[in-house]
Write a protein that binds this ligand. Structure first.
Ligand code: IPD
Length: 291
């Protein structure tokens, strides 16, 4: 086969893959739009129904209703796919050896505390993976009327506008850190919060400031849109960050574990390529990866 036809074949394969990712994203958009309409309209009457991991970690009836709706839309379009949701059982899917395995990760309301207190900053988050790689991600933020989306290799968007990180303005690590606006989140466990508080007390004098906005998915979209310079958090679940993570990396961010020897669930960091390493070093020197 000639070099030219090899190139042609690889271009075709890439465009087929891109089409497949776009199709998955379209399903996520349809499901998220319906879920967002539901949770936004019903918010005034939504109430906590069940305690989860701690006295401050609850689920509302709308988390459950939103997840049920999203599962239905995905299953209507793609009956065999596995769906892993924050509030539900695993939908096992059916094994199809002919085509690659698609797995969906759904957070029906990320930022449930904001949702119940009527604070802006909650979202519906949906990610699709093929063979373990995130290929489509969607985060819908009803209070700001923003839908963030990305496909692997296809760029990141807010509504229909391409988004990108805040450009880096210095080569000096010290200056990058001193001017960094960093988002983070805290655990639902009181003991872990106490340790996280100590890390933040030491971090604060060394950066521009901290933001705790209450939705991991939206924090990652804020990195993607240049509204913060970086974001880190420990103990996240895949539905919290997979969609926002793809959006952030497609917008130019580096994303990885706080501790390079551990997996992402142990602690996740997202930041521009220049800030990522100095921020990771600083956070690890303060023990942020061990809290
Ligand atoms: C939480 C939010 C919060 C983060 C927690 C998450 P939930 O998700 O993303 O910002 O700090 O780690 O669990 O519980 O509101 O879906």
């Amino acid at each position: 086969m000639t070099q030219q036809s090899n190139q042609q074949q690889s271009n075709e394969q890439q465009s087929n893959e891109q089409q497949q990712y776009e199709q998955l994203l379209k399903i996520a958009v349809e499901a998220a739009r319906l879920a967002v309409d539901l949770i936004y309209t019903e918010r005034p009457t939504a109430f906590w129904i069940e305690q989860k991991s701690s006295a401050t970690d609850h689920v509302t009836e709308m988390d459950l209703a939103s997840e049920q709706l999203i599962r239905k839309i995905i299953s209507d379009h793609r009956p065999g796919d596995r769906i892993i949701g924050e509030e539900g059982q695993l939908s096992p899917g059916t094994l199809n050896t002919e085509s690659p395995e698609v797995v969906w990760f759904v957070d029906p309301i990320d930022g449930t505390t904001n949702y119940v207190y009527d604070l802006p900053g909650y979202a519906v988050s949906i990610a699709a993976q093929i063979d373990g790689q995130t290929v489509a991600g969607l985060v819908a933020d009803p209070t700001h009327d923003r839908v963030y989306s990305a496909t692997l290799g296809g760029g990141a968007f807010c509504n229909s506008a391409l988004i990108h990180l805040r450009p880096s303005r210095s080569d000096s690590h010290q200056e990058l850190l001193a001017t960094a606006l960093v988002a983070t989140g805290f655990s639902y466990s009181a003991e872990r919060r106490a340790r996280q508080g100590k890390v933040i007390a030491e971090l604060l004098p060394q950066i521009r400031d901290i933001r705790r906005m209450g939705s991991a998915a939206l924090d990652l979209c804020s990195v993607a849109s240049g509204r913060v310079d970086g974001y880190f958090e420990l103990g996240l679940s895949p539905w919290d960050w997979l969609a926002g993570g793809l959006i952030a990396t497609e917008a130019g961010a580096e994303l990885g574990p706080l501790d390079p020897t551990a997996d992402d669930s142990a602690g996740l960091l997202a930041a521009g390529p220049e800030l990522f390493s100095p921020l990771r070093e600083l956070l690890c020197s303060l023990g942020a990866d061990k809290v």
